[in-house]
Design a protein around this ligand. Structure first.
Ligand code: GUN
Length: 293
């Protein structure tokens, strides 16, 4: 049976470290770090995510703000809001929660964010730095997975890693980070996606599989090698009228059949998700520490 990569336990440790650091700054007379979240519209998942981010800030002693905008806001209107936040003193970082309404060009908004305040690490400048190995904000989910591998001392050097999914915020940066020099890193990375011919051919050879697909129970036992490390980024609501909530949360991995064959595995929920949340705080603390120096 696989060992569990416990994202809840690890994220608690990380949050405690952040909280301790904030206390030290405050004791030296500095202000608290400040993170702001910008939410456009009322997408249910986005509302939950943003509320969690605000809660996390409070838990570690950050100042936090939430700006809610109507989903009828124009692209120009949103650009203006971003411009204001870029210039706000004492605001260390802000995030524009994605997805944005369809009438707004997401790339245009992301590119308008001041890269020094882009604690999501989504701006092309930060993405470029990430790809080149220059210190920058790393996108929170891949960063959280790197931290998880590091703290569980799972070596990636020379390993065959398969990343499933090439999204802007998870799969693509994940594949780059693991192919960079260093630890974690130094892996041989294959990025598979919707146009890949024969995904199982690749996953069966992998020492480490990272799935970021959003297809419940996609990864089956016959698609993996004995003893591989399985990291599941997927989290999809599946309707279930027999449960109290009317749904359950499913990862991309068929956990009951895959876990006996794996050496390490992340649960869903309680794996990657809490790590993502912790790393946004880490990025904010990094922005803050550069700002007050
Ligand atoms: N939507 C889903 N994940 C994220 C994230 O990490 N940041 C932002 N801004 N939006 C998201």
């Amino acid at each position: 049976m696989a060992n569990i990569l416990d994202g809840i336990k690890l994220s608690k440790q990380i949050k405690q470290e952040i909280k301790d650091e904030v206390i030290q700054y405050v004791n030296q007379g500095y202000r608290r770090p400040h993170l702001l979240a910008l939410l456009v519209g009322e997408n249910a998942a986005s509302v939950t995510y943003v509320n969690n981010k605000i809660k996390d800030c409070q838990a570690v002693g950050f100042k936090s703000s939430l700006v809610k905008l109507k989903n009828t806001i124009t692209e120009e209107g949103l650009l203006k809001e971003v411009g204001k936040l870029n210039e706000t003193d004492g605001l260390d970082g802000f995030i524009v929660q994605l997805p944005l309404p369809k009438h707004i060009n997401q790339e245009r908004i992301i590119t308008a964010i001041n890269p020094d305040k882009d604690v999501d690490g989504f701006h092309p400048v930060n993405f470029g730095k990430m790809a080149l190995g220059i210190e920058s904000f790393l996108p929170a989910t891949p960063y959280g997975i790197m931290e998880m591998l590091s703290r569980y001392k799972i070596s990636t050097e020379g390993k065959q890693v398969v990343v499933i999914g090439r999204s802007r915020i998870v799969g693509r940066p994940m594949s780059i980070l693991l192919s960079r020099k260093g630890n974690p890193g130094d892996a041989t990375v294959t990025l598979v996606h919707s146009k890949t011919v024969d995904i199982p051919k690749h996953t069966r050879n992998a020492d480490i599989i990272i799935t970021a697909l959003g297809v419940p129970q996609f990864l089956k036992a016959d698609m993996i090698k004995q003893g591989s490390v399985i990291i599941d980024v997927g989290i999809t609501k599946v309707e279930d009228f027999t449960s109290e909530k009317g749904y359950y949360l499913s990862g991309d991995v068929d956990f009951p059949e895959v876990s006996p064959k794996a050496s390490w595995i992340t649960p869903v929920p309680g794996g990657v998700g809490p790590m993502t949340r912790a790393m946004l705080l880490k990025n904010t603390l990094f922005a803050y520490s550069k700002e007050i120096k």
